[in-house]
Design a protein around this ligand. Structure first.
Ligand code: NAP
Length: 248
């Protein structure tokens, strides 16, 4: 089940954290995975790990905050591999500040990276996917995009926007056998949350019925399912992977 043999996948933000876990999981299921981010050295380490585990991957440097760079990365994938079946928009950043202290550049940086970058990747991927009459678009949003969070107006707006973008894309592309779905992680142990104090983590954990923070592998399992042939009748949905902290 959930085999991806012959499929070409592009995972953004694959140099660490959730994106790394997704890239490794898709490769373990037989996909050729192109790992994208800004830092070539870290991408190469992920590619080496995939190769050591018997998988196939490639790397491409891209800046999600620069639409031209994103489009060039997608074109490179198609040029090198002849197709693009699975796009995982995972790259994301935070610039947390209370609304009153938030600078325009904090807003623009997060919206450009987390939302506009995903739009640019989807737009570029649409052509090859339409030609193939097969595609899977998976957008990694966030539980806070569903519930709001103080100090994260920019990030929450971007992630809520990504959920809306997912639904529009799903409706536009369904007739071409392309699905688009969002995954909303809760609190996941990665570099993004590593800065939280133990007290704050303990406080968050109290709000999680399953009693623990999530892992990159928890999110990778959801992404794999949505990428698979078996999920072909699921589109426009938001799959919450949050340990039960928000039940919608
Ligand atoms: N951790 C959580 O609790 C959590 C919860 C909900 C949602 N999420 C979402 O899950 C996704 C992954 O989060 P994570 O926790 O794995 O974060 P992370 O450890 O900070 O990794 C972020 C990844 O995105 C890449 N990236 C950042 N800015 C980029 C840019 N401008 N262009 C290209 N790549 C860029 C980074 O690589 P480079 O720096 O090398 O470019 C890195 O590979 C994000 O969208 C995040 O919002 C995370």
């Amino acid at each position: 089940m959930f085999r991806l043999d012959g499929k070409i996948a592009l995972v953004t933000g694959a140099s660490q954290g959730i994106g790394e876990a997704i890239a490794k999981r898709l490769a373990a299921q037989g996909a050729t995975v192109v790992c994208a981010a800004r830092t070539l050295r870290k991408l190469q380490e992920v590619a080496d790990a995939i190769a050591s585990a018997g998988g196939t991957s490639d790397v491409v440097v891209a800046d999600m905050a620069d639409a031209a760079s994103v489009k060039a990365a997608v074109a490179t994938v198609v040029e090198r591999h002849g197709a693009l079946h699975i796009l995982v928009n995972n790259a994301g950043i935070t610039r947390d500040k209370l609304l009153i202290q938030m600078k325009e550049e904090d807003w623009d940086m997060v919206l450009d990276t987390d939302l506009k970058g995903a739009w640019a990747a989807i737009q570029a991927a649409t052509k090859p996917m339409m030609k193939q009459r097969w595609g899977r678009i998976i957008n990694i949003a966030s539980v806070v995009g569903q519930m709001g969070n103080p100090g994260q107006a920019n990030y929450v707006a971007a992630k809520a926007g990504l959920i809306g973008l997912t639904k529009s894309v799903a409706r536009e592309l369904a007739s071409r056998n392309i699905t688009a779905n969002a995954v909303t992680p809760g609190y996941i142990e990665t570099a993004m949350t590593a800065g939280l104090s133990e007290d704050v983590k303990a406080e968050f954990t109290k709000q999680i019925p399953l009693g623990r923070m999530g892992t990159g592998e928890d999110i990778a399992a959801a992404a794999l399912f949505l990428a698979s042939e078996e999920a072909g009748y699921i589109t426009g949905q938001t799959l919450s992977v949050n340990g039960g902290m928000l039940m919608v």
